[in-house]
Write a protein that binds this ligand. Structure first.
Ligand SMILES: Cc1cc2nc3c(=O)[nH]c(=O)nc-3n(C[C@H](O)[C@H](O)[C@H](O)COP(=O)(O)O)c2cc1C
Length: 188
């Protein structure tokens, strides 16, 4: 049997994104747990803010169709999300709004249905973005995803990463490894 394929990304497009760093650490943990990780940057899948008239006129953007195919070709997702005012960031809301729309080109549909997902959040704040986790989990369940047990949050994330990209805090890295292992078990 082949290794589970996990698509890993951050809900931030920012060049210096702390969540991109966490996504990279997550991808490394997935590989360590025996999975095949594909780390992507949502900067490479830009889409206009969802608008029904735009969709009627132009359909689902090509970048989103490509992302839907990519999601369909993976067994699970690992997402590192920022928290904006306790809420899911607009980049993720917009991306998942478009991804949930039918392709009209015979492309894969319902790509998030039964997809196992592991959630993480990083923040410079002391709570590590913990409030966004249940909110994003709820949204993803609505789309058919199956969240794996638990989550990882990284508080004070500006100083949380070691030079090799892992979490400097030993317990934090253990938690990340355990989350990745649960995702691999769920997708095996
Ligand atoms: C509009 C806005 C709202 C924010 N709200 C929160 C918040 O509720 N909790 C939090 O921990 N950080 C909050 N922050 C700070 C972000 O955690 C911080 O900008 C973080 O670096 C964003 O993630 P990134 O580094 O991956 O881009 C907010 C930032 C912005 C721009």
């Amino acid at each position: 049997m082949s290794n589970p394929k996990i698509l890993v990304f951050a809900g931030s497009a920012r060049a210096e994104s702390l969540n991109k760093k966490l996504a990279a650490a997550g991808a490394a943990a997935v590989r360590e747990a025996g999975g095949e990780a594909t780390l992507i940057d949502l900067n490479d899948y830009p889409a206009p803010i969802y608008h029904g008239d735009d969709e009627d006129a132009h359909g689902v953007p090509e970048n989103i169709l490509a992302l839907k195919k990519l999601i369909a070709g993976h067994d699970g997702l690992m997402i590192a999300t920022p928290e904006y005012n306790g809420f899911v960031p607009p980049l993720l809301v917009n991306t998942f709004s478009w991804v949930s729309r039918p392709s009209k080109d015979g492309g894969p549909e319902d790509v998030l249905k039964s997809k196992h997902v592991a959630l993480m959040a990083a923040s410079p704040g002391r709570l590590g973005g913990v409030r966004v986790i249940p909110r994003l989990r709820d949204c993803l369940c609505e789309l058919g995803c199956i969240p794996v047990q638990g989550f990882v949050t990284v508080p004070s994330a500006g100083s949380a990463f070691a030079d090799d990209g892992s979490l400097a805090n030993e317990a934090g890295q253990k938690g990340l490894d355990a989350l990745a292992a649960r995702l691999i078990t769920a997708t095996s």
